[in-house]
Design a protein around this ligand. Structure first.
Ligand code: CO
Length: 467
């Protein structure tokens, strides 16, 4: 039995993202950061994922300024981010020089733990981000290699162990298993963690899961029993449902069990007290849908993440075709198998779901194939976990056609994004961070930078009058 396990608090990033579409502004939680800083977490996950996009698109915040503020107010805590490898925080592959600069700036502005994943577990897509992390690492930097967990005939325990060995060889400091759909059962966790621990020795392993299907507490307990080092939890009022298990609950259960977490009971309860009225504010405003806080075991039947189901329901409702829902659900496993069993995580969950709906609505498989799936078959996303169906491949690539190599060095090494962003933005951009915001989310960042400039000009005029 493990004697010690550490806890990552996710309220600022994943809980915020899973329960309320990442709409939590920095100002709402600034007041609790000094308490969180003393609570004894392994890390606070607070940046990356959808937070960057949300800052620019919805909240009128500079994500880099948010990060610097987090750093200032959490001086003793590791700040953690989630990074989609070569996609950074966006939805396309960027050139290596952009990836390197993004990682450099993330560390420079305060990030410690960079959790890096690729939707397909094609680790060539996380190599550049890892190398940049190592290049710009400070004494506190942790490069965490993250595996997108899924279930399929090719995703065996052995395969996951092989992936972990590969991540260790690549030079990652820790490994994270990321169960985005919450479909990892307690006994799967046991087999996985024991197998991985046997294979990679004392390299720390983190388990990230979601409560969506109701298994997460059991799964975390089995994982702890099996030697996992770090688990992800969310302060209790922002826990459960599509979010993580509750920090205080896990703390209590583990303490009863004689397992050290390093958490301060009084402080983690203070954190929860602070967030309670904030949560209520967003429930009242309809931003936080209480539905997302409930348990829904449907994902266990269909093996698809909760978010993907609600997406499909919304699409079918729009098209007045909800009578096709069951048929579309039944089509998902077939599409996924044809695509070589990709993990159903952004953007693949949406791609597979949309294609299943199209197949059913048109009454014929692959009569129409989305642009994204065509690019996937062409190899632009990376290598699929299992071979793609020949029929589908021939349809897109032609008889005997070969997919491209998404990591073709000549094409991918450097691009003109940085130079072009600088020329285009002119004096709107005041820093490399501004350029990076624009490269990742062009229209949203441009609007933010223009608004910022207008605000500055107004206050300048105002101060002249004052004088
Ligand atoms: Co998550």
């Amino acid at each position: 039995m493990a004697k010690k396990v550490q806890i990552t608090e996710t309220v600022l990033r994943d809980a915020n993202q899973s329960l309320m579409a990442t709409r939590l502004p920095y100002a709402d939680y600034e007041g609790i950061l000094s308490t969180m800083d003393k609570a004894g977490y392994y890390s606070v996950e607070c940046w990356g994922g959808a937070t960057f996009d949300s800052c620019l698109r919805y909240l009128g915040e500079d994500p880099w300024e948010r990060l610097r503020n987090l750093r200032k107010n959490l001086p003793n805590t590791k700040l953690q981010m989630l990074l989609r490898g070569q996609n950074l925080l966006g939805y396309k592959h960027y050139h290596d020089d952009v990836v390197e600069k993004f990682v450099e700036l993330s560390i420079k502005n305060g990030i410690d733990v960079i959790r890096i994943f690729d939707a397909l577990n094609d680790f060539r897509n996380i190599k550049t981000a890892l190398e940049a992390t190592k290049k710009y690492a400070t004494a506190n930097t942790v490069a965490s290699g993250c595996i997108s967990y899924t279930q399929s005939p090719v995703h065996t325990v052995e395969k996951y162990i092989e992936m972990c060995k590969e991540l260790k060889e690549m030079g990652f400091d820790t490994i994270c298993l990321k169960d985005m759909a919450g479909t990892m059962s307690p006994y799967e966790a046991e087999h996985l963690i024991k197998g991985i621990k046997d294979a990679i020795g004392d390299m720390p392993i983190a388990l990230h899961t979601h409560c969506t299907t109701g298994m997460a507490y059991m799964t975390l307990m089995k994982a702890v029993d099996s030697g996992v080092d770090i688990i992800d939890c969310a302060t209790s009022c922002f826990s459960n449902g599509t979010s993580q298990p509750a920090t205080e609950t896990m703390f209590y259960a583990l303490s009863q069990y004689g397992i050290e977490t390093g958490l301060d009971e009084k402080l983690i309860n203070e954190v929860n007290d602070y967030f309670k009225p904030i949560k209520q504010k967003y429930v009242d405003a309809g931003v936080l849908n209480p539905k997302s806080m409930a348990t829904d075991a449907q994902a266990l039947v269909y093996k698809v993440p909760g978010g993907m189901l609600s997406n499909m329901i919304a699409n079918l409702t729009d098209m007045h075709a909800m009578d096709k829902f069951e048929e579309a659900l039944a089509e998902i496993p077939a599409v996924r198998a044809d695509m070589g069993y990709p993990p159903l995580v952004t953007p693949l969950s949406q791609m597979v779901g949309n294609q299943a709906v199209t197949n059913v609505l048109l009454g014929e498989r692959y009569k129409q194939i989305s642009k994204e799936i065509q690019n996937y078959i062409k190899g632009e996303y990376g290598i699929a976990p299992a071979p793609v169906s020949k029929e589908l491949e021939n349809k897109i690539l032609g008889e005997g056609g070969k997919p491209v190599d998404c990591r073709d060095e000549d094409v991918k090494r450097t691009g003109n994004e940085l130079k072009e962003a600088k020329e285009y933005l002119g004096d709107l951009a005041k820093s490399e961070e501004d350029l990076m915001s624009y490269i990742c989310f062009p229209p949203q960042a441009e609007k933010y930078l223009k608004d910022r400039k207008a605000k500055e000009e107004n206050s300048a005029t105002y101060s002249i009058v004052e004088v």
